[in-house]
Write a protein that binds this ligand. Structure first.
Ligand SMILES: [Zn+2]
Length: 315
């Protein structure tokens, strides 16, 4: 193997996408009878990593049948167009609400440029190119497809984003959860337990929908989750209550702060650091900043957007 990939059980390989920093975002290969599905496609530079991992298995891009971004946020789907171009036999399996952004990424690009700037977007995500609409499968809830001898099942899981799906793999009894089952960086593990938290990313954070999606995943009695951020999470049942509670806590914090601009960022940071302390995390402040700062910013921005929206919709 190499420094960026990890062989897991059930013919699943985890690949660090190379987005922003090592250990931030993962994608996965499922391999069955030499046929391959790529779950989340990472960014442009991820393509070379996928190619190298395939070569290590005696495979090429031609063995890829499916590319399945869990949702169209750019850390998950920014490289999908490029990867589709390289994998000529592949079809893109995507949530119906995400497909038009893959076929015409102009709005995705404009939105991301507004946040990161042209250069910033180029440096982090790389080139974003359209996917041929004839190669796109809009996967409704409970859509099933076959990879080699294996059957994979799509669940519609809004909450983090409306265009989010999760993929169930019966063989591993695992879900590929994108961001729906939260984030758990291995650096924050303590006594064998992960520190899990929900990314309330702009612009579609929806607490009730998210609760329902998590309940739905758990109804399958999954034994493991393949998180995009970051890696394999065993025994997810241990973490359900924490994740559900933190969704509510963060929404409540936003509502309490009410005037978001000054108070909310500090309150969110205080809250997450308190949770980390309860968890038993011993990392020093500098290391925590490296691991968490980016996510804290995104969580705060997402809560601000959600708060504005819920205030507008209130009578
Ligand atoms: Zn993400």
């Amino acid at each position: 193997m190499n420094t960026f990939s990890k062989q897991l059980d059930y013919n699943i390989i985890q690949i660090d996408t190379g987005y922003l920093r090592t250990g931030l975002a993962a994608c996965y290969l499922i391999i069955d009878n030499s046929r391959v599905a790529v779950i989340d496609s990472g960014v442009e530079r991820t393509c070379g990593r996928v190619e190298a991992v395939l070569a290590g298995q005696g495979l090429t891009f031609n063995n890829v049948d499916f590319i399945v971004p869990t949702h169209v946020h750019l850390d998950h789907a920014g490289g999908a167009g490029k990867l589709m171009q390289l994998c000529q036999n592949a079809r893109l399996v995507i949530h119906p609400l995400g497909s038009r952004h893959m076929i015409d990424p102009a709005r995705l690009i404009a939105g991301a440029e507004a946040v990161y700037g042209k250069q910033g977007l180029h440096d982090s995500v790389g080139e974003i190119i359209p996917v041929d609409e004839n190669r796109v499968i809009e996967a409704d809830d409970l859509y099933r497809f076959r990879l080699g001898e294996r059957e994979l099942l799509v669940l519609d899981t809004p909450g983090h984003a409306r265009h989010h799906l999760c993929l169930w793999d019966e063989q591993s009894r695992g879900f590929f959860t994108g961001d729906t089952f939260g984030i758990a960086y291995p650096e924050l593990d303590c006594d064998g337990y992960s520190f899990i938290f929900p990314p309330t990313t702009p612009v579609q954070f929806d607490p009730p929908a998210w609760h329902a999606s998590i309940d739905r995943l758990m109804a399958w009695h999954p034994e493991r989750m393949y998180l995009a951020h970051f890696g394999l999470l065993e025994a997810p049942v241990i973490y359900v209550n924490t994740l559900q509670r933190m969704i509510d806590d963060l929404a409540a914090l936003a509502l309490e702060c009410n005037v978001p601009d000054k108070v909310l960022p500090a309150a969110v940071k205080r809250y997450i650091y308190q949770e980390l302390k309860k968890h038993g995390c011993q990392l020093d402040k500098e290391r925590l900043t490296q691991v968490l700062d980016l996510d804290l910013d995104i969580i705060i921005q997402g809560l601000e957007v959600w708060l504005e929206r819920s205030q507008v919709s209130r009578p």
